[in-house]
Design a protein around this ligand. Structure first.
Ligand code: ADP
Ligand code: MG
Length: 612
């Protein structure tokens, strides 16, 4: 084929794909625009998970009539004038791409009126083409209605998930912005039902309660304006970094890291290193494999951070990432230590380098992000190395690990029937996490957690097929207040949750009464178990194609199974291995990760130089 310049409509759709991945990306851009317009009230309405309709209404500054059409041109923005301005971005938007992109892949109507203008301007765009523009009556501010997203991009449409999943992503976006802007009144309406709102009174605590539930907010510790100025810092960067917000007391923890939330100059960002800084700040305070909840604002000179590294601006680059890492870790650590009645780490906050040192260069470290710290192992090495592996076993990111492919020989599956498992002799346990066994062809390392997950999963599926899932009735029903997003999941999946052994009934608002839990959850605290399961389902670590009922079963089994860090007796190990042999797919856990690694006799011989 010869080289041709793409027709503008094709180019527009391709470019739009970078910014608009799913309905939640549209909500993110529109909410950001409303915030940039200094709105005090932002109302989001969605239907069919945002696929059919997304409407964002604000009472911000509006767009003057003569600029409305221009706002939909690519690279048209009122927020940036020159390249120098890029060093001092104080608005959420600056790329001038969102409206153009959204307009290219949907049918969109915008009505907007600056307060000083008598009438509003109404414009209609369909697939990047302006269909009409005229005057209309509307309150001051802007209303954007986006209908039939991706109606002209079938390839994208196909990849969208179930309405509830897409709505969940939207909920996450709106609630996160509500945390960053407590003085803005947010509301989210899903299918004409208000699923989330804040009062806009400026109190972060109230926003926390709206997002996580009052019960959770009460278990959080305030991280007060924590300024960090570093001696080693380059002299030209004069302003200190400020960290403030809330972080969970050690009694509050979750099975996943997705409730560690950061804002940099009020922009919600994802940053794995900072996430790790918070996790490390809880060193020794939390049970292994559990993660804190935190909402942290980082205020920094805009010149110190590059916000233009990602089309959706979800990630940023710090000029001095090490300093930010330390600032976050210290702020959280000090808040937690100060609030903790029995300091388990010693009376003084540990020097952060000690805590931080562990992850960087540890050879077995397969955590797919890197601490900005170098390789020396601080005193926390063992615990942190261990945590890292635990985190991995729950993260579903195995295939993104460097080295995973390189260790082919360690992968099981090559010998004869890859689905079957040879008879094995248990040798022992290491790291309270792996069972060593001997099979006919060498040595096997079995991940006790993954193996148990597989065993429980098949058991549960079989019981479910016979509609005979054993449950434990609680003597005293547990009353649980859920966050609105979680409540929506419970409402939507009540039948499935019942099918795996839960008995849950609505108890007014977002409060629920748990009467029974699946028997396999054992002695678990019922409310905590349900919250973990909901968080895990939202986390998306489960292969996406799976059906919801399968997802729930997988999550319940994950919660119920033996964790790393648990010492097993020889009998327990033997029983587990025997049960694993009986499963239909012993070599992978329900998430699709391996349950065992194999070091073949031939490989052993080779490694020891016994073969010629
Ligand atoms: P950016 O936000 O990067 O500037 P957008 O495509 O999102 O680019 O928006 C283009 C321009 O339209 C903005 O710069 C702003 O001037 C105007 N605009 C968009 N949404 C709103 C709104 N809700 N209220 C007022 N002005 C808006
Ligand atoms: Mg914008």
């Amino acid at each position: 084929m010869s080289i041709k310049v793409l027709p503008p409509d094709v180019a527009a759709k391709i470019a739009a794909g970078e910014v608009v991945e799913r309905p939640a990306s549209v909500v993110k851009e529109l909410v950001e625009n409303a915030i940039d317009a200094e709105a005090r009230t932002i109302r989001v309405e969605i239907q069919a998970g945002g696929k059919r309709l997304i409407q964002v209404m604000d009472d911000g500054c509006g767009i003057p009539e003569n600029e409305v059409s221009l706002a939909f041109a690519r690279h048209a923005t009122s927020k940036l004038a020159s390249i120098e301005d890029l060093n001092q971005v104080t608005t959420l938007g600056f790329r001038g791409e969102a409206l153009a992109s959204i307009g290219a892949v949907s049918q969109l109507t915008l009505s907007t009126r600056p307060a000083e203008q008598a009438a509003a301007t109404r414009i209609r765009i369909e697939g990047a083409k302006q269909v009409s523009q005229g005057a209309a009556g509307a309150p001051a501010g802007t209303i954007i209605t986006v209908e039939n997203l991706f109606y002209n991009v079938p390839a994208r449409l196909k990849f969208l998930k179930a309405n509830a999943t897409e709505a969940g992503h939207i909920h996450r976006i709106v609630s996160h912005y509500a945390l960053a802007y407590p003085h803005v009144r947010f509301s989210l309406q899903n299918e004409n039902r208000t699923t989330f709102q804040t009062n806009g009174n400026g109190q972060l605590f109230d926003a926390l309660a709206a997002v996580f539930s009052l019960q959770t907010a009460r278990q959080m510790i305030e991280v007060e304006n924590h300024e960090v100025a570093d001696q080693n810092r380059s002299p030209e960067s004069s302003q200190p970094v400020t960290v403030y917000g809330y972080t969970g007391s050690p009694s509050l923890h979750r099975g996943a890291r997705d409730q560690i939330i950061f804002f940099v100059n009020k922009r919600w960002i994802q940053d794995r290193a900072l996430n790790q800084a918070v996790v490390q700040a809880y060193h020794t305070f939390l049970p292994v494999g559990r993660y804190p909840v935190a909402v942290l604002n980082i205020e920094i000179d805009p010149a110190e951070v590059d916000v233009n590294v990602h089309p959706t601006k979800a990630e940023v680059k710090f000029r001095e990432s090490r300093l930010i890492f330390k600032a976050v870790q210290r702020a959280v650590r000090e808040a937690v230590v100060a609030a903790s009645p029995v300091p388990t780490y010693g009376a003084h906050p540990a020097p952060s380098a000690d805590i931080a040192g562990g992850l960087g260069g540890h050879a077995g470290d397969s955590v797919p992000w890197h601490s900005p710290f170098g390789g020396q192992h601080g005193s926390g090495f063992n615990q942190l190395g261990f945590e890292a592996q635990r985190a991995l076993s729950g993260s579903g990111e195995l295939d993104s690990q460097p080295g995973y492919q390189a260790t082919d020989d360690w992968l099981v599956g090559e010998p004869s029937d890859p689905t079957k498992m040879p008879p094995m002799r248990v040798v022992g346990q290491i790291q309270q996490m792996y069972i060593i066994t001997e099979g006919p062809d060498g040595l096997y390392l079995i991940d006790q957690h993954a193996a148990h997950e597989r065993v429980l999963y098949e058991k549960l599926v079989a019981q479910k097929a016979k509609e005979a899932v054993p449950k434990q009735q609680l003597l005293e029903p547990a009353v649980l207040e859920l966050a609105p997003g979680q409540a929506a999941v419970v409402d939507a999946e009540l039948e499935m949750l019942t099918a795996v052994g839960f008995e849950i009934e609505p108890f007014g608002g977002t409060t629920y009464r748990i009467r029974a839990i699946p028997e396999i959850l054992g002695q678990a605290e019922p409310g905590q178990a349900l919250v973990d399961i909901l968080a895990e389902m939202a986390d998306g670590a489960i292969p996406l194609a799976r059906e919801t009922h399968e997802k729930i079963a997988i999550t319940v089994c994950k919660r119920a199974s033996i964790k790393g860090g648990q010492v097993l007796s020889y009998e327990e190990m033997r029983e587990l291995v025997r049960q694993l042999e009986d499963t239909s797919a012993p070599r992978t856990c329900p998430h699709g990760r391996p349950t065992m690694l194999h070091l073949s006799a031939a490989q052993l011989a080779r490694e020891f130089g016994r073969t010629h």
